[in-house]
Design a protein around this ligand. Structure first.
Ligand code: NAP
Length: 272
C-alpha cells in the first residue's frame, strides 16, 4: 500500500478518525504522509500536539491526499460532501467510516466513477484488536479493497462483507464493545452485591472476560461447548443460567441488535 499511496487524509478526525491516525502511526506510516482535518481549532491543536500530524482544511486535504478517509458523524456527511464533493478528482479513493451511510450516498455527491469503500471498524482499534468489515461501493475494485485492508489490518482483523450486510455489522461489532462493557459493568455490580470489594470484583471479571475471549479465539470450539464445560449438573452455573434465561437475556440480545440495525437505517435516511 505504501507504494501506491503517498498521503492519507482523515477528514473529521474525532474519536474514530483518531483511532485510524494513531493506528497508522503505530504501524510505521510516516507522519509527514498523513493529514487530518477538524472543525474546531482546539481539536486541530490537540491532534498536532498528540501526533505531530499536519491539520489542514478539508479542501487542502482533498487536493493533497490520494486517500480520503471520511470519519465525520453521519449527520455531518452531507454538508461535508457539499463542500468537498465537486473538488474530489474521480481517481481518489474515498473510505467511509460512517455508520449507516451507503456508498451510494457518497457516489451521489462525488464525481461519477469515484471509488468508495465502506468500512465499519470498532474502538478496540486503540489496542490493535479491532475488527473492520470492508465493502466495495459501485466503482471500487479489488485493488481499492486491498488498499483499505492494508490500512485497517494494523488495527486488528479485517473481513470483507457485501455492502448489504454493513448495517448488521454496525449493530454487531461496531457497537459490540459497548455490549461487553455493559455486561462487565453489571457483573461487577453483582460481585459487589455478593459482598466483594469493587476492585476485587473488577479484577476478577476483567480477567475472566480476557480469558474467555482468548479461549473463544484460540480453542476453535463453539461457544456452546465452552459454556457446557463450565456448566456441571445441578451446579452453580446452571442455576445462574436459568435466571439469565428467565430474564430473557438471549431474547434481549436479539432485540437489541435488531434495534441497532434499524437505527443505522434510520440514521442513513435522516442524513439524506
Ligand atoms: N464511536 C464508535 O465506536 C464508532 C464505531 C464505528 C463507526 N463509527 C462511525 O465513525 C464516525 C465518527 O464517529 P466518532 O464517534 O468518531 O464521532 P466524533 O468523535 O464526533 O468525530 C467526528 C469529527 O468530525 C468533525 N467534523 C464534523 N464535520 C466536519 C467537517 N465538515 N469538517 C471537518 N471536521 C468535521 C467533528 O468536529 P466537532 O468536534 O466540531 O464535532 C468531530 O471531531 C461516525 O460516522 C460513526 O458512525 C463510530
Amino acid at each position: 500500500m505504501a507504494d501506491q499511496v503517498r498521503t492519507v487524509a482523515v477528514i473529521g478526525a474525532g474519536k474514530i478518525g483518531e483511532l485510524m491516525l494513531s493506528g497508522l502511526l503505530r504501524s510505521g506510516w510516516p507522519v509527514e504522509r498523513l493529514l487530518a482535518t477538524a472543525r474546531r481549532p482546539a481539536r486541530a491543536r490537540e491532534l498536532t500536539e498528540r501526533y505531530g500530524v499536519r491539520v489542514v482544511d478539508n479542501l487542502t486535504a482533498v487536493a493533497e491526499a490520494e486517500v480520503l478517509a471520511v470519519s465525520v458523524k453521519p449527520q455531518d456527511a452531507a454538508a461535508l460532501l457539499d463542500e468537498i464533493g465537486p473538488k474530489v478528482p474521480a481517481d481518489k479513493l474515498v473510505i467511509s467510516l460512517c455508520a449507516g451511510l451507503p456508498t451510494a450516498f457518497f457516489n451521489r455527491r462525488l464525481p461519477e466513477g469515484t471509488p468508495v469503500v465502506r468500512v465499519m471498524t470498532n474502538t478496540p482499534a486503540l489496542v490493535d484488536k479491532a475488527v473492520s468489515a470492508i465493502s466495495a461501493g459501485a466503482y471500487a475494485t479489488g485493488e481499492h479493497l486491498a488498499l483499505a485492508e492494508g490500512m485497517f489490518s494494523p488495527l486488528g482483523a479485517t473481513v470483507r462483507v457485501p455492502e448489504s450486510q454493513q448495517d448488521a455489522v454496525t449493530a454487531l461489532s461496531g457497537s459490540g464493545p459497548a455490549y461487553f462493557y455493559l455486561l462487565v459493568e453489571a457483573m461487577i455490580d453483582a460481585g459487589i452485591l455478593l459482598g466483594l470489594p469493587r476492585q476485587v470484583a473488577h479484577e476478577l471479571i476483567v480477567q475472566t472476560a480476557i480469558g474467555s475471549a482468548v479461549m473463544l479465539r484460540d480453542s476453535g470450539e463453539h461457544p456452546v461447548k465452552l459454556r457446557e464445560a463450565v456448566t456441571s449438573p445441578a451446579g452453580t452455573t446452571i442455576s445462574a443460567i436459568r435466571e439469565l434465561e428467565n430474564h430473557g437475556v438471549r431474547a434481549a440480545m436479539l432485540a437489541a441488535l435488531e434495534a441497532a440495525r434499524d437505527r443505522a437505517r434510520e440514521i442513513a435516511a435522516q442524513a439524506e
